[in-house]
Design a protein around this ligand. Structure first.
Ligand code: IDP
Ligand code: MG
Length: 239
């Protein structure tokens, strides 16, 4: 939903700047003023600093014309940016468990998510405490393997990651494969790289609610990075 908001607001702002500029550009100063005014109106709430800048300038024609000149590349840039915003639709929590780390599979696992086109927005290495492991697996506390599972998760370094992309929660689970590696398809991470359920090397959130909870358990908001990956315009797009 935030991606749609981002896309429509940025797009409207950018397009109105570009159209005001192109309609009026042959009319020198007044054209520049129109573009600057469009920038002032349209950028409000999108790029606060630019919006404030534009408001100040509205009383001064020649300075407004200059701000119009700045608005044009800003608008072009924002049109590019909306594509990046389109990718901010979903996040999932993925962990490489102690067996995956010890077996030297960190790069292999990261590479499968990366090559697919998903974006890494958070990563850390830590040895979880038993208490933390119990929090992470709280929904399994009635299962007979719960204690052993939590002992295992807290037995060594784990890589915690947040991956972002369209459909990343569900498709991340496909990349991972079935819980029991004996039942995971070849081509999946567990299918290719693990043999038994007790050492299935990777964890992935199983739905939107779990993803939200697990990301919040493992990461502080400021540990997650919002950025534009330049490949996104080649990964996302409609024809
Ligand atoms: P998932 O990891 O595919 O989401 P869950 O059912 O959530 O699977 O189980 C969490 C983890 O608990 C599994 O990844 C696996 O390590 C462990 N586990 C699940 N079932 C068994 C079992 O029958 N015996 C031992 N460990 C199990
Ligand atoms: Mg699970």
């Amino acid at each position: 939903m935030s991606s749609q908001i981002c896309r429509s607001v940025a797009s409207r702002a950018a397009r109105s700047i570009l159209s005001a500029y192109s309609k009026q550009s042959s009319r020198s100063i007044s054209g520049g003023r129109a573009a600057a005014a469009a920038a002032t109106v349209s950028l409000r709430g999108v790029v606060p600093s630019l919006a404030a800048y534009g408001r100040e300038e509205s009383a001064n024609a020649s300075r407004a014309w200059i701000s119009g000149l700045f608005a044009l590349p800003a608008a072009a840039y924002m049109l590019q940016e909306q594509e990046a915003c389109a990718a901010e639709m979903e996040r999932t929590f993925i962990a490489i468990k102690p067996d995956g780390v010890q077996r030297g599979l960190i790069a292999e696992i990261i590479s499968r998510f990366e090559r697919k086109g998903f974006k890494l927005v958070g990563i850390k290495i830590l040895v979880p405490s038993k208490d933390f492991a119990q929090k992470h697996y709280h929904d399994l506390k009635e299962r007979p393997f719960f204690n052993g599972l939590c002992d295992f998760l807290s037995s060594g370094p784990v890589i915690g990651m947040v991956w972002e992309g369209e459909g990343v929660i569900k498709y991340g689970r496909k990349l991972i494969g079935a819980t029991d590696p004996q039942k995971s398809e070849p081509g999946t991470i567990r299918g290719d790289l693990a043999v038994v359920v007790g050492r299935n090397i990777i964890h992935g959130s199983d739905g939107p609610e779990t993803a939200k909870d697990e990301i919040a358990l493992w990461f502080k908001p400021e540990e997650l990075v919002n950025y534009t990956n330049n490949a996104e315009k080649w990964i996302y797009g409609d024809n």
